[in-house]
Structures are given as C-alpha cells and as structure tokens.
Design a protein around this ligand. Sequence first.
Ligand code: HEC
Length: 153
Amino acid sequence: MKSGLQRALGAVSLVFIATGALAEDHVGGDPEKGAKVFKKCKACHSVGEGAKHKIGPSLNNVIGRTAGTAAEFKYGPSMIAAGEMGLVWDEETIAAFVENPKKYLQAYLDDKKAKTKMTIKVKKEEDRANVAAYLATFSSEPEAEGEGETASE
Ligand code: HEC
C-alpha cells in the first residue's frame, strides 16, 4: 500500500520536473530572431530609448509589469481587469498572449465577452518565444523568467 502510494507520488513529481524543463525550453527564445518578429508589432508598439505609446503601450520594461498599468496609456477594460486579477507580464505570459490576445484575456478572465484592441495573432510558437525574448532585452529584469540561467551557461 504505502510503497504504491510513494511510487505514485514519485511519478507525479517527476512529471512536474519534466514539464518545468520543457516550458523553459519553449520560452527561451532568441532575441535576435525576435527583433524580426517585432516588425509586426511596430505599427502599434515601440521599444528602446524615447519609446512612446502609440496605438499600443510602450513595451519598455514590460517584463514584470502588471497588465494594463503603463502610465498614461488608455487600456481597454478587459486588460485592466486582467491586471487587477494578477496578470503580470513575463516571457511566458507574453508568448501565450500574442498567440491570440482576445482569447487569452477571455480565458484569463473566464469571460467570453472580454476583448482587446490588440488584434494581431502570432501563429508560430517559435516566433512568440522569440519576440518575448526580444522584449525582455528592453526590460530591466530580463532574468526574471529563467533567462539568467540560459545566459550563465
Ligand atoms: C494593431 C495594433 C497592435 C499590434 C500590431 C500589436 N499590439 Fe500589442 N497591444 C495593442 C494594444 C491596443 C494594447 C492594449 C490592449 C488593451 O488595452 O486591451 C496592446 C497590449 C500589448 C501588451 C500588454 C502591455 C501592457 O502594458 O499591459 C503586450 C505585452 C503586447 N501588446 C505585445 C505585443 C507584441 C509582442 C506584438 C507583436 C507580435 C503586438 N503587441 C502587436 C496593439 C497592438
């Protein structure tokens, strides 16, 4: 009895470890490739010195930012609600968000009526991870999402 349970628990924690490692691999994008992907975002967002809000908020220091909280940008109510519920941007959440921003907020808020003015969808998983890694280079805490581990290898 006991040993069976222990074995089961052991298997469960192994799965957790494996999933964690996988998730990190997926999110550890390439910032240089991400710069190319960011061309798609430039119509609405800017980064770097002197970046201003355009149609979308400036994405400087977006890593660690609570969703919907850049000063002086007028967000939609769903984005603000997501931030209030605890959504914080890191490479992982950004990569997931850009796959389908509206769906992401709908799922996050559990509200089918949630919407956003950000309409672009980035289809390729690789592009999503890369653009998230690129954005991390414009944030003062890029190592927050395990990037530091990759860099110190
Ligand atoms: C058509 C214009 C448009 C494009 C293209 C666009 N965005 Fe956005 N983005 C927005 C708008 C508008 C918001 C604010 C959404 C809201 O308030 O609902 C936003 C919000 C965001 C946020 C949340 C920021 C915050 O302060 O909470 C992130 C992250 C983001 N965009 C990343 C990207 C990335 C990465 C790309 C390129 C793959 C991209 N966006 C392309 C318009 C755009």
